[in-house]
Design a protein around this ligand. Structure first.
Ligand SMILES: *[C@@H]1O[C@H](CO)[C@@H](O)[C@H](O)[C@H]1NC(C)=O
Ligand SMILES: *[C@@H]1O[C@H](CO)[C@@H](O)[C@H](O)[C@H]1NC(C)=O
Length: 359
């Protein structure tokens, strides 16, 4: 045991994960279609299905199908390299992000929150992603940036150049490998490290469990760096209710806990974490009556976790991170997180053996 605070605090985190886990079994938000992310069948299955101008690949990430295609192409291209992460095509950790994008669409989070256009509305262009959507902006950093990095590392074919299309009102966002690297050097170098790591792991003599931990570590480091870079989206929060803004911030905060265990965000496992998320954009008034019990409970858990952490000045997440300090600890933390989600009657006594573990 390192210190008394970690002993006191860990059960709280784990308890709340336990609660979050027990509610996730009743799926509410629509995120799957034939076992794959929604509209997957309509996305590009090869690079040449996306627009090309003067030899440069020019996807339009403000179109849902194009943006989802970026995930599909990266998942397919990295599949032969994932080795220690599993042999099934559903084992790529990138499925988690693809599913998240689908949830944003079906819950109305990619639509224009200002009401100025019909972008993303059922009455307008349903595949439009609004440049004013905070969610669409946050997701840009975990879709366009990894795609640009992956293409630069040769995963889309030799010397494939990419320039993302950009509407006039989103010119603050980077569109090429060069200007994403100039604006967000940390996020881009971490995605590069992930893609290079996939190649290097093929040659590495490390045992599979260590390789898996290493690759998931690179993956989560890159994803969190993108999330930090997406602070560039903050002004777009002004278009939402305070209930939605606080949910959004709590949701970002919860990524810290998931990232610390290097969660293996495969297709199957991500579904469990995503399905209890609210199926519509939150309003301040009059009530949450049309949300299911599961959704309301998830909101409660997220906000509870965040307010405790704020109260303690970030001690909770630091304690959690410091417990997840070795391959072994993270493997146990990951298994436990999954068990907590899959199995509501998972004995909490097991949780205590993890808390007392030291590195
Ligand atoms: C891959 O995973 C899916 C879903 O769990 C399963 O149905 C399928 O049989 C698996 N395929 C292989 C080749 O293991
Ligand atoms: C990024 O580079 C492209 C191509 O040169 C350019 O059109 C775009 O305006 C640049 N964007 C930013 C944010 O610098």
């Amino acid at each position: 045991m390192r210190n008394s605070s970690s002993v006191m605090l860990h059960p709280t985190v784990l308890g709340c994960l336990l609660l979050a886990g027990t509610v996730s079994l009743g799926s509410t938000a629509e995120i799957l279609e034939n076992g794959l992310p929604i509209l997957w069948a309509q996305t590009a299955s090869q690079v040449s299905d996306l627009p090309i101008q003067n030899g440069i690949l020019t996807p339009n990430p403000w179109n849902f199908l194009h943006r989802m295609s970026l995930y599909r192409l990266v998942i397919v291209a990295t599949d032969p390299f994932k080795g220690s992460l599993g042999t099934n095509t559903t084992d790529s950790p990138l499925w988690g992000l693809a599913l998240q994008l689908g949830w944003m669409l079906t819950s109305g989070r990619l639509a224009d929150p200002t009401g100025a256009t019909t972008c993303g509305l059922q009455t307008g262009d349903t595949s439009c992603i609004s440049t004013q959507s905070w969610w669409g902006c946050i997701n840009y950093f975990v879709s366009a940036l990894p795609f640009l990095s992956g293409a630069q590392q040769g995963f889309m074919g030799p010397e494939v150049q990419v320039q993302m299309q950009v509407p006039a009102d989103a010119e603050d966002l980077c569109t090429t490998y060069a200007n994403c690297t100039a604006l967000y050097p940390d996020a881009m170098s971490k995605w590069n490290a992930f893609f290079q790591g996939l190649k290097a792991a093929m040659e590495s003599p490390l045992p599979d469990n260590e390789k898996k931990d290493y690759l998931l570590g690179l993956y989560w480091t890159a994803q969190m760096a993108s999330i930090y870079a997406s602070a560039a989206c903050n002004a777009r929060q002004s278009h939402y209710s305070s209930a939605e803004v606080s949910f959004a911030n709590n949701w970002l905060h919860s990524a810290e806990y998931v990232s610390a265990v290097r969660f293996h965000s495969s297709l199957e496992k991500s579904v469990l974490f995503l399905s209890p998320l609210p199926s519509r954009v939150l309003q301040d008034a009059p009530n949450t009556a049309d949300l299911s019990q599961e959704e309301t409970h998830t909101l409660y858990i997220f906000s509870w976790m965040n307010s405790i952490d704020t109260l303690l000045g970030g001690t909770l997440i630091r304690a959690w991170r410091s417990a997840m300090c070795s391959v072994d600890a993270r493997e146990k933390g990951r298994e436990m997180l999954e068990q907590l989600v899959l199995n509501p009657s998972f004995p909490t006594s097991t949780v205590f053996s993890l808390i007392t573990m030291t590195c």
